[in-house]
Design a protein around this ligand. Structure first.
Ligand code: AMP
Ligand code: MG
Length: 296
């Protein structure tokens, strides 16, 4: 129904628009969580929400196609290429919804989705990157990290889970780690889903009002909400210190779920398009195989 709109033109610069600059001042507070950058002008009676939802279906089909090519190229050609989408957000920021709507467009067989919660005793006995390394997908797969190595400079910093000099050293350690991954074929794209404090309150209230959402409600989230400003400051530090060429950070305004899903899908699609994926050629003689089949 939106055939007249060329999404590609509209989305050309979404990565430029949402990317956290490599250096210089980064002001998270100036990004309105309610905003929806990069949408085209909509003519007629359709709303941006209609448009974004329709586009998500199309982008999802593109993602699925590229994911298959990635998988096929690793399987047949031995390519080391893989993709990791890192999702970070405040509580109720929409990480789970984004996994469902964006990753859900791809073949589950080629996906590896990992959530990182409070470290287990075993994980705590290792370096903070230990569990992350284990979760890096094998060649050909698209990985999604629901929380990530960044928790160790977010919650760990806000609550002094380790001494200051320990978390301060982690920004560089993360940059080195991510550059190493890039050198082994990992394309990493990192997205902060940016909601407002008022939106978080609404979403927490919804969880209290709806018996089908009690399971999502965590009383601890109210305590964490009290540290909102400290978390925002920790996000600013993490995003500005760790937005690199090898693994850029993007901030997606996420109060509107339809915008969030469209924007994350678009960022991922445009990132994967840069890999110039294609289907691998046959590794056998097609005519010979046809003849063999005819006789078999
Ligand atoms: P959820 O995503 O709702 O399942 O919550 C996971 C919880 O684990 C959140 O409260 C995170 O802050 C916490 N968490 C994740 N990674 C770490 C970490 N490295 N250190 C401490 N807490 C963490
Ligand atoms: Mg939670």
């Amino acid at each position: 129904m939106f055939a007249s709109l060329r999404s590609r033109e509209a989305n050309m610069s979404l990565r430029d628009e949402l990317r956290v600059p490599k250096s210089g001042d980064f002001d998270l507070g100036s990004i309105d969580p309610e905003s929806s950058p990069g949408l085209p002008k909509i003519k007629g009676k359709h709303t941006h929400k209609d448009w974004a939802r329709a586009q998500l279906a199309e982008i999802g089909a593109e993602l699925a196609g590229m994911q298959e090519q990635l998988f096929a190229t690793a399987k047949v050609g031995g390519s080391q290429q893989r993709v990791v989408l890192v999702l970070q957000a405040m509580d109720c920021g929409g990480k789970d919804g984004t996994v469902k709507k964006v990753a859900g467009t791809m073949n589950p067989g080629g996906l590896s989705i990992t959530g990182f919660g409070k470290p287990t005793p075993e994980e705590l006995a290792h370096d903070f990157l230990w569990r992350i390394r284990k979760a890096v997908p094998p060649p050909g797969q698209v990985g999604v990290f629901n929380r990530s190595q960044y928790e160790d400079v977010l919650v760990a910093r806000v609550h002094n889970l380790v001494p200051r000099e320990v978390w301060e050293a982690r920004y560089d350690q993360i940059n080195v780690f991510e550059a190493e991954l890039a050198a082994t074929g990992v394309t990493m794209i990192k997205v902060m889903l940016h909601i407002s404090k008022a939106e978080q309150a609404e979403r927490l209230a919804e969880r209290l009002d709806d018996p089908t959402k009690y399971w999502k409600y965590n009383p601890g989230d109210i305590d964490e909400r009290g540290f909102w400003d400290d978390y925002q400051a920790a996000y600013v530090a993490a995003l500005s210190k760790c937005s690199t060429e090898a693994a850029p950070w993007y901030v997606v305004p996420a109060n509107r779920k339809w915008y969030r899903d469209w924007a994350v899908a678009t960022l991922l699609r445009d990132t994967m398009a840069d890999l110039d994926l294609s289907y691998p050629p046959a590794t056998f003689d097609i005519e010979v195989e046809r003849k063999r089949l005819a006789k078999a």
